[in-house]
Ligand binder design. Structure first.
Ligand code: C2E
Ligand code: CA
Ligand code: CA
Ligand code: CA
Length: 278
């Protein structure tokens, strides 16, 4: 009797119902998370293997949920995008990151650029310039010490609107990198039209950099970057073999667990993550 179609349907619905309610709860809770100060920021080093020092950090958002613990951005960013809350969250993030970097700069700890991930929603809202300008002004951080990470799909989606906003923030000296490069579609044809400074090789290529096919793609991306006079950062570098392969092909900017995990500012300051053996 338990294997009847009806029972299965009931079981299936309960599963979907469970997922829906978690999502709805998170959506409700997300609305209050900013004012309840439940967000915090972790920083992942980007290592300059040529100079043997940090090249910068990527700021990544974390949500400490009062009951559910730390919720991963993979789960709450899509909800924040659907609801539009991502715009306020990004404004907060930009303010915090600029203040943090100014402090590190003034204390003589780091003289680097920190990058912040951008959502298509921010471009849609047409508030990017104002929020970047405000974050730089109120912190006193120089524009070149801030970088925005966009994905190919953001750049390609509503290109005219995106490009004009990117151009305006670049006029403030702010850098732009193309995240997850190689995973989007139909980007190569118009890559030269997007105002970027840096290509970030997606983790999926680096993860499989023992495969000849992925090696060819990595070498291709490095070549494109060189031709277009862009810097290139490899993401998701976890092993010394991956780092050595990338170095041998001329990619010297590295990000990944091998060099350092995303960590709170106190750990960044403690500097235990620094790697000098490669
Ligand atoms: P992303 O921008 O591609 O960020 C890199 C992700 O890879 C991060 O996951 C990071 O922790 C992880 N990672 C770094 N090195 C390694 C490695 O060596 N191995 C592996 N397996 N993973 C590595 P995280 O922090 O969970 O973020 C996931 C995604 O969520 C990000 O992908 C980004 O798209 C989004 N996200 C995070 N913070 C923000 C934010 O403040 N704003 C927006 N719009 N999106 C964000
Ligand atoms: Ca990113
Ligand atoms: Ca630059
Ligand atoms: Ca990425």
């Amino acid at each position: 009797a338990k294997t009847s179609g009806k029972d299965k349907t009931v079981f299936f619905n309960a599963g979907i119902g469970g997922q829906l309610s978690r999502k709805m709860e998170l959506e409700k809770d997300l609305r209050l998370a900013l004012e309840h100060r439940q967000f915090f920021i972790v920083y992942q080093p980007k290592w300059d293997a040529r100079r043997g020092k940090e090249a910068g950090f990527e700021a990544l958002l974390r949500w400490q949920h009062p009951k559910k613990g730390v919720v991963s951005p993979g789960e709450f960013i899509p909800i924040a995008e659907e609801t539009g809350l991502i715009v306020q969250m990004t404004r907060w993030m930009l303010g915090e990151v600029c203040r943090q970097n100014k402090r590190w700069h003034d204390e003589g700890l780091f003289e680097v650029c920190i990058s912040v991930n951008m959502s298509y929603r921010v471009f849609e809202s047409m508030t990017l310039f104002d929020m970047v300008d405000e974050a730089l002004r109120s912190s006193g951080l120089p524009g070149p010490m801030l970088e925005l990470e966009i994905t190919e799909s953001i750049a390609m989606h509503n290109m005219a609107i995106t490009l004009s906003q990117l151009q305006r923030v670049r006029d403030l000296g702010v850098g732009v990198s193309l995240d997850d490069f190689g995973t989007g579609h139909s980007s190569l044809g118009r890559l030269d039209e997007i105002p970027v400074d840096i290509l970030k090789i997606d983790q999926s290529f680096v993860k499989n950099s023992d495969l000849t096919s992925k090696q060819a793609l990595i070498v291709g991306i490095i070549g494109i970057a060189r031709l277009l006079d862009l810097e290139v950062v490899a993401e998701g570098v976890e092993t010394v073999e991956q780092a050595e392969f990338l170095l041998s092909r001329g990619c010297t900017l590295m990000q990944g667990y091998y060099y350092g995990r995303p960590m709170p500012p106190e750990e960044v300051e403690a500097g235990r993550w620094r790697i000098t053996d490669i």
